[in-house]
Design a protein around this ligand. Structure first.
Ligand code: ATP
Ligand code: MG
Length: 563
């Protein structure tokens, strides 16, 4: 079982960030640990964010510190209250709690503005009238130094005046920006007079129309960390080149604390896209049913699919934290999910692709209720009763008329066990006019009821089944990877790599007990996989999402070409 994420001192992980923190604490460079998870409220959280959440909240727990949830809401155009709510729900669902430490970068707008004036007064920032295109052209390249803007030498008083007028709304969008005055010849392009403020006459979800200039990410992030007394500001590797700028601001501003930035490798997952831009496109263009479509790598999609939060935490722990970018095989996630569901999901019988099996030796109107084990991994889960009758449904794939050597399921003349019921022997097949097999006939051995044969004879196959008369129809949504190749977009347009078979909907026949499954309830359909009742489920029309399949030994044999 996974440890409670909020329990201190249960952390046994080791990684380079934990090593840095231990060293900082031992050397007295830090007296406590404060981290933050800083999402931009411009989309739903995905499994990559889950890695960051588990890391940041995990560090706080491991070192007896705290982790803040801070919305990095500096871009009013893309942000939305819906995202702010979903993000909080998802972090809580993952098992983490920020307590009173919920913050918004927009709460610091006034302080950030004052500090910008401070930089101007120190001669460290200036208002630039160059257009966005010119600023880009003047910036230079990795091999060529940039050129200084003609406005770089503006006197302090003029800069202050213009910046105040930017704030008061005198100028249209894009007319001017405030830039730091650092070094246009710096090898690191981020230090070539980065933009601190841009003019944007846009309504902000939280500050409304109070502002028409907005600070950039780079100018906001470190100062927000400093204001919150964050000690270790952990972000992904693409910010490594921004660290000198992060430090420059901290060094030149009268901030109340001196946070340090550390970078780790972001999560990439095979068969998956994790760019927010792409996820938004999948939703907007209707490739999926919404942010919580069970094929989406979003936390809400994984939840709806039936992935338990502790499986995600376990996944995060298992993949670890490193400094080199790599792609994790999505099979690792599936493994963690199976691991957790195996111990907790009750077993039920369901048939996805039924064929009728008539037990000729069983009375026409006979019926009995047999004991079935709810979870062999958990004796406390007890047993339930399942109805048996003369006409059953079994999985079409569990019968072969002319079976290859290693096929141990039903075949003409072959005896198998019907789980929790009887040994049955196939005696005949019934065909329709087109020659297709539509029904199987069998006899049963009453002496094997619910157990083994008294004479000790063995069978190699055990099949699941439902009673045709008692079974109820349920919609089963069978999900596969949303993308058909492990590296979507590696050759050509990523949208062309969408898997056309990522969702197959079938009408399953399920044992009656499943009609009452509550939404979110995880079950194992025996021999088929883990399923979860969808929010759309109802007693009239049960709906189940396949969370993950079981490892199918026969399918594996076939894949290896054995027969
Ligand atoms: P955007 O392109 O919109 O900035 P983003 O994925 O960086 O997208 P943020 O909301 O800025 O989204 O991310 C919040 C935090 O989650 C950041 O600290 C970011 O580094 C981290 N994060 C984002 N994607 C991943 C990922 N794939 N693996 C690990 N951490 C991630
Ligand atoms: Mg980001």
């Amino acid at each position: 079982m996974a440890a409670d994420p909020q329990t201190p001192n249960s952390d046994t992980s080791r990684d380079f960030i934990r090593d840095i923190i231990r060293a900082d604490l031992e050397a007295g460079r830090a007296t406590g640990v404060v981290t933050r998870f800083p999402p931009e409220p411009n989309g739903y959280l995905h499994i990559g964010h889950a890695k960051s959440i588990c890391l940041n909240f995990g560090l706080a727990r491991a070192f007896g510190g705290r982790c803040h949830l801070r919305f990095d809401d500096t871009n009013p155009v893309k942000e939305d209250i819906e995202y702010i709510q979903s993000i909080q729900e998802d972090v809580r669902w993952l098992g983490f709690d920020w307590g009173d430490h919920l913050y918004f970068a927009s709460d610091y707008f006034e302080q950030l503005y004052e500090w910008a004036e401070h930089l101007i007064r120190q001669g460290l920032a200036y208002v630039d009238d160059l257009s966005a295109d010119d600023i880009r052209a003047y910036r230079g390249t990795l091999t060529e130094p940039g050129r200084e803007s003609p406005f770089r030498t503006r006197p302090v008083a003029e800069n202050l005046d213009l910046f105040r007028r930017m704030r008061s709304g005198e100028f249209p969008d894009g007319a001017r920006v405030l830039r730091a005055k650092i070094d246009m010849a710096a090898g690191n392009i981020n230090l070539r007079d980065p933009v601190l403020y841009r003019i944007l006459h846009a309504r902000h979800p939280r500050t409304g129309d109070a502002w028409c200039i907005y600070p950039t990410y780079d100018y906001t992030h470190g100062q927000s960390d400093a204001l919150e007394h964050v000690t270790h500001s952990v972000c992904t590797l693409e910010f490594e080149d921004h660290r000198p700028l992060y430090d420059w601001f901290i060094q030149h501003l009268p901030v109340p604390s001196k946070p340090r930035q550390y970078e780790f490798a972001r999560l990439n997952l095979s068969y998956t896209v994790l760019s927010k831009r792409k996820l938004i496109q999948l939703v907007r263009d209707g490739h999926v049913s919404g942010w919580d479509d069970p094929r989406m790598p979003t936390i809400s999609g994984l939840r709806r699919r039936g992935v338990p939060p502790d499986a995600l935490r376990d996944f995060a722990a298992r993949i670890g934290v490193t400094k080199s970018n790599a792609t994790v095989d999505v099979a690792v996630l599936d493994h963690c999910v199976r691991d957790h569901l195996n111990t907790r999901a009750e077993r039920r019988m369901a048939v996805l692709d039924p064929i009728r099996l008539v037990i000729e030796t069983y009375p026409e109107d006979g019926e009995e209720w047999l004991d079935a084990v709810n979870n062999p991994e958990d004796p406390a889960a007890g047993t339930r009763r399942v109805p048996f009758s003369r006409e059953l449904l079994i999985e079409r794939a569990d019968f072969m008329e002319d079976p290859p050597r290693k096929f141990f399921r039903l075949a003409p003349g072959r005896e198998v066990r019907l789980r929790y019921a009887y040994f049955v022997t196939c005696t005949a097949v019934v065909r329709n006019d087109a020659g297709e097999i539509v029904e199987l006939r069998a006899t049963h051995d009453p002496a094997t009821r619910g157990g083994d044969a008294p004479d000790g004879r063995k069978v190699k196959g055990t099949l699941h089944w439902v009673s045709a008369r008692h079974a109820i129809a349920a919609e089963a949504r069978l999900y596969d990877h949303l993308f058909a190749r492990p590296d979507p977009g590696a050759e050509g347009d990523w949208l062309d790599d969408i898997n056309p078979d990522s969702l197959r909907v079938v009408t399953a026949r399920v044992e009656p007990a499943l009609a009452a499954a509550d939404a979110g309830r995880a079950v194992q359909f025996e021999r088929l996989g883990y399923f979860c009742a969808d929010p759309e489920t109802s007693p009239e029309k049960p709906v189940f999402n396949r969370t993950v399949g079981l490892r199918d030994s026969w399918a594996r044999l076939q894949a290896r070409g054995a027969s």
